[in-house]
Design a binder for this molecule. Structure first.
Ligand code: GLP
Length: 264
């Protein structure tokens, strides 16, 4: 596990975009796992900029989003479909047929639908690089606390904390979704490389538990300790509860020295 500490969120967005861009340069037909949330907006901004300056070409990239709210159509402004198109896809040359986002408008046959999403990931050769944010409660995707660490794509009931965090995005008379379709923790752990971004002090507890706490279904992101190639990109506030920051800095220095490919 590599923990990269940056001064502020802008450096994180830039570095994440650079890592994604260089992965695409190495493998133009990269299968990219994508995430939503405010943390990702800056990453997509940088990626769009890199695309517009011809530094990155998405024409062969295949994307799979982590999750989507159940009950929201693709045109709903709070849907992750809408988020992805507004913040990323419509500004790039990702081919529409290469975009996969769980369909939040399905009614019934959920298991069958989720199995078909897993099958599509397998058919694409598996996810090469998975981008992740983290919830205040340590969730990744919408794998809420107590999610099985072996879980696959499925329907998930949102936790009280997540419902509270989401309420501000929906109008006063609008009911916010109570369920989502999300890749499972087992699905995420099969990605070859994982990049998790966290900014701000509201994420500090979840980040510390994920990196330094025990592996536990109570903190979904702690399952990333089981993965051989994970990078955490953190700003100062998000890293503030970590106890071994100087060690992570030394690991990073040695990584730059000995295995610079890991970071390019
Ligand atoms: C939602 C998404 C997660 C994301 C989280 C954090 O819950 N399902 O994938 O990591 O939001 O969002 P933000 O970056 O806005 O804090």
């Amino acid at each position: 596990m590599l923990v990269i500490l940056k001064r502020d969120s802008h450096e994180i967005y830039e570095q994440a975009a650079q890592l994604i861009a260089s992965a695409i340069k190495k493998k133009p037909a990269l299968t990219l796992g994508l995430a939503t949330g405010s943390t990702m907006v800056g990453v997509y901004e940088h990626l769009v900029r890199l695309h517009k300056t011809s530094s990155v070409d998405f024409s062969q990239v295949v994307t799979f989003n982590l999750d989507e709210y159940l009950g929201l159509s693709a045109s709903h402004p709070q849907s992750f479909h809408y988020f992805m198109h507004e913040n990323f896809f419509r500004h790039t040359n990702v081919q529409p047929e290469n975009i996969h986002i769980p369909d939040g408008s399905i009614r019934g046959n959920y298991d069958q639908y989720c199995a078909s999403y897993e099958q599509a990931i397998r058919a694409a050769g598996g996810i090469d690089l998975q981008l992740l944010g983290i919830g205040r409660n340590g969730h990744i995707g919408f794998n809420e606390p107590t999610s099985s660490l072996a879980s696959r794509t499925r329907l998930k009931v949102l936790s009280r904390e997540t419902l509270h965090d989401n309420a501000k995005f929906f109008g006063p008379r609008e009911e916010s979704p109570v369920c989502a379709i999300t890749m499972g923790i087992g699905t995420i752990l099969e990605a070859r490389t994982i990049l998790l971004l966290a900014t701000g002090d509201s994420k500090a507890t979840a980040v510390a538990k994920s990196i330094e706490g025990p592996v536990s279904s109570a903190v979904s992101a702690s399952a990333l300790q089981l993965h051989p190639d994970v990078t955490f990109l953190l700003d100062e506030p998000a890293a503030s509860q970590l106890t071994q920051r100087d060690y992570y800095q030394r690991v990073l220095q040695m990584t730059v020295l000995l295995t610079p490919d890991r970071l390019s």
